[in-house]
Design a protein around this ligand. Structure first.
Ligand code: EPU
Length: 417
């Protein structure tokens, strides 16, 4: 798909089912590498990042078979210790294979990971934490090699509660000798999913969901069947859409328990949200209140991944809203694109955006520069009068299985070509 065309300006009505979570399935796929057995992972979304992770696993010797939404990963034989190429450099999550490879074979050489350009995104914390477990790391020709004779449990205090670093340390720690304690661990739901997967496979992990994780390494892991939970950020995207365009939608399977901060924002803007056993009902009015101040935070605060989608909504809320981005230092890339559509947004440095609500956005051609910013442009397109064309859709395909299908289910005139 090259571009998404949207005829916007109408309220949303309908229902759609929420796909499995990208940021949960990727570390779970990496974790399957630790298991000298076969795992079946259900509810895997059809997105390009999952495809990249599949290719990476296959490149080192795993057998991976996809049948609709189920991936069967056979990691009994690992034949390679080197990973490079587009599958590594094109996706941030490739870094979780570092901890998994160290846990499984004690060695890996890989290119530096890529992913969305939303800030510097270094991997210093990952490397420092693993060094505490006995890993030696050296760099050569744009790649790095990490090696360890035997991983050792350690007490590791993360300077920032980084999602990826927490995942990497967990993956190494379940195979290490002794106990590992991670202090200031990330508490994001995707960390909980990874721990649950490993626990079901035989790992011993305490403190799941909290900021201190205690992992007893060295337990033998066995193959399991595991279901990936629904994607809170995809559900949040459609929630933001109905807030922006108005209407009444139902999001089947939306993981509402993980979406509290987003639901508070929805109510503050003026929508009604009703949680049912099957999902989330949202009734949004045409009149929307601004949000005087909101900042992105680690979980359970308002997620950075929802910041651009919220900005699109606030661009037509009557009055002034302020968003502060506290996680990534370069995540206001859609401001220029929203301005093209008529939004009034002023940046104060790289961390604050001041949004003055305008009557309506106007459709035009815009370009995605990263995944969530791209989704935010589709939201803006569904709100805008006339036709919006969103270019660079490959960014969106990294995380949304079929965004056009989902929006059509919600009554939007949209197609990709
Ligand atoms: N950081 C460092 N050094 C490190 C690691 C992180 O300075 O070694 C910094 C980052 O630059 C950032 C902060 O620490 O400023 C937090 O980054 P974190 O490590 O938590 O983020 P991540 O693991 O790279 C994951 C998600 C992101 C999501 C963030 C925050 C995946 C694959 N990615 O990234 O999701 O925004 O956590 O919740 O799980 C997305 O899905 O579009 C996406 C970007």
């Amino acid at each position: 798909m090259d571009a998404i065309h949207i005829l916007g300006g109408n309220a949303l009505f309908g229902e759609t089912k929420i796909q499995g979570s990208k940021n949960a399935v990727l570390p779970v796929m990496a974790a399957a590498l630790l298991i000298q057995d076969v795992c079946m992972i259900e509810n895997c979304p059809h997105i390009s990042d999952v495809y990249h992770m599949q290719q990476l696993l296959e490149s080192i010797g795993c057998k991976v078979v996809r049948s609709d939404k189920t991936l069967t990963i056979d990691a009994r034989n690992i034949l390679e210790d080197t990973m490079s190429g587009d599958h590594v450099t094109g996706m941030r999550s490739s870094i979780t294979l570092l901890g998994a490879m160290l846990g499984r074979i004690g060695e890996v050489t890989m290119a530096y990971p890529g992913g969305c350009v939303i800030g510097e995104r270094p991997i210093d914390m990952h490397l420092n934490a693993l060094r505490r477990m006995g890993v030696v790391i050296y760099e050569k020709d744009g790649c790095f090699t990490a090696r360890v004779k035997a991983l050792e449990g350690a007490v590791i205090r993360l300077p920032v509660s980084s999602v990826g670093t927490t995942e990497n340390v967990i993956l190494a720690a379940v195979m290490a000798k002794g106990v590992t304690v991670i202090q200031n661990a990330a508490k994001e739901p995707e960390i909980v999913t990874l721990c649950e997967f490993l626990r079901e496979a035989g790992a011993v992990i305490e403190g799941i969901g909290g900021s201190v994780l205690i992992i007893q390494g060295g337990h033998r892991l066995h193959g399991i069947r595991f279901r990936v939970p629904a994607d809170r950020i995809v559900a949040g995207t459609y929630l933001m859409s109905v807030l922006g365009a108005g209407g009444h939608i139902f999001l089947e399977d939306a993981p509402v328990a993980q979406m509290r901060s987003m639901l508070r924002v929805a109510e503050e803007i003026g929508a009604e949200v009703h949680v049912t056993r099957e999902g989330l009902n949202i009734i949004a009015k045409e009149y929307k209140k601004p949000i005087p101040y909101i900042k992105t935070e680690i979980y359970p605060g308002f997620p950075t991944d929802m910041q651009s989608p919220l900005m699109a909504v606030l661009s037509t809320c009557e009055g002034e809203s302020v968003i502060e981005e506290t996680i990534f230092e370069d995540r206001f890339r859609i401001v220029e694109q929203l301005r093209k559509m008529g939004a009034s947004i002023e940046l104060r440095g790289r961390r604050q955006a001041v949004i003055q609500g305008v009557d309506s956005l106007l459709g035009c051609e815009v370009a995605a520069e990263e995944l969530r910013g791209g989704a935010a442009l589709v939201i803006a397109g569904s709100m805008a009068l006339g036709e919006t064309v969103v270019k660079n859709c490959h960014f969106i395909e990294r995380g949304y299985e079929d965004i056009c299908r989902d929006y059509r289910n919600l009554g939007v005139h949209i197609f990709g070509k």
